[in-house]
Design a protein around this ligand. Sequence first.
Ligand code: AMP
Ligand code: MG
Length: 392
Amino acid sequence: MEGITFEQAIELLTAHVEAVDDTEEVLLLAALGRVAAQNYYATFDNPPFDRSPLDGYALKSSDTPGNFKIIGEECAGDFFAGEIKSGEALRIMTGAAMPKGSDCVIRQEDVKVDGEKIFVNKKLKHHENYCFAGEDIKSGSLLVGEDTKITAAHIAVLASQGVNLVKIYRRPKIAIASTGDELIQPYEKLSPGKIYNSNIYLLAARLFEMGFSPKILYNLPDDADTCAEKIFSMRDELDLLITTGGVSVGKKDIMHDVVKKIGERIFWRVMMKPGAPVIGWTCGKFLGVALSGNPFAAYATFELLARPVLAKLSRRADILYKRGRGILANNFPKKSFGRRFIRAKFDGEKIFLPNRHESGSLYSAVYCNALVDIPAGSDVLKAGAEVEIILL
Ligand code: AMP
Ligand code: MG
C-alpha cells in the first residue's frame, strides 16, 4: 500500500487548521451547542434569598409545639416586609422568601387550622424545612468554562444568573461538495447510468448532527476547470472544504488537477481501507479534505479523518471519536495486509459484523455504530477475538 499512515494523515490535516479565534455575542438560547469563548462565573448567590422549600407556615421553632396566629400570606414572588414575632405564623408558599423573625416552616398538611389560628403539635428544629440563599450556586462559582460546549443545563444555569448574552466562538466555515457526472438529486428522475447523490446528504446530515452549518455546494461537474473556479471563488470564506469523489486514478478523477490549479497538495493516499486515495490540500486559508466517492469510504474517512479536524477547528473535544475494545461475535474472513477499518455494531461488549463490507456498499452502515480498527498484517479474525473499535 502506498501513502502515509492513518496517524500521519490526521497529524498533517490537523496541523493545517487553527482553532477558530473569532467570537460573537448571541442571545442565551442561541448559545446552545456552541462553544463558550470565556469563563462565566456566578455573580451572586442563588437563590438570592433564604426561602421556603414547601407550602406551609413560617414561624419560630422555639415556639413549637403551640398555637399560632396567622398574620398574613406570602406566595412565591411576593415579599413580606414585616417580622414574625413569638406566637405568630405566616402562611408561606414554596419559593417565597423566609420572613424576618422566622427560622423554620411547618408543612401545611401537618397543622390544624382553625380560622385565623393554627395548632402545631410537634417540635420543629431550628432551620427545619428551610432553604438558604446560595444553596444552589455560590457567588464566584464557575458556571461554564471557556471552550466548553454549551448544553441545556448550562443554558439554565446561565439563565438563573441573569445572563442574557453569551460570548461564543464563531462556527467554523465549512463547505461540502461532491463530484461526479453520474450523480443526480433526489428530486430528479433516475435515468440509465445515473445514481442518486448520497454522499452530499451524508456529509451535510453528519455535520448538522454535530451542530455545524455547512455550506452545501451539492454536485460539481467532473471538470477540473469548472470545479477549480468555483472553489477558488470561495477561498476567503472558508476554513474547511470537504469533497467526495475524483481522487483515484480514473479519467474523471479531477481533484488532482483542481489541487494543481488552485492549491497545494499536502498528501495523497493514506495506507488504509476503505478510502485510501484521500487528498489533503490547502488553498489560501482553507484546508481541503478530498475523500473518495465510494459511499462507505466517504463515510468512514469522514469519521476517521475529518472529525479530528472539525474538533480542532471548532474547539469541540466532544467531536473526537472514542476508542474501545470488544469481542467479535462473528468471523471476518479476510486477511488485512494494510490497516483496515470495518463497520460493525457494538452493543457495549460484543461486536457484530454485517455481511457486506465493500466500500461502495452503504446500506449496512445504517445498522453500524462503530468501526473495527484492524492493524496492518492481521490474519483473518475469528469470533471471540478481542479487537479495538472506534465508536462513531
Ligand atoms: P469516485 O471516487 O468519484 O471515483 O467514485 C467512486 C464510486 O462512488 C463510483 O461508483 C461513484 O459513482 C460513487 N460515488 C461517487 N460520488 C458519489 C456520491 N456523491 N453519492 C453516491 N455515490 C457516489
Ligand atoms: Mg467520480
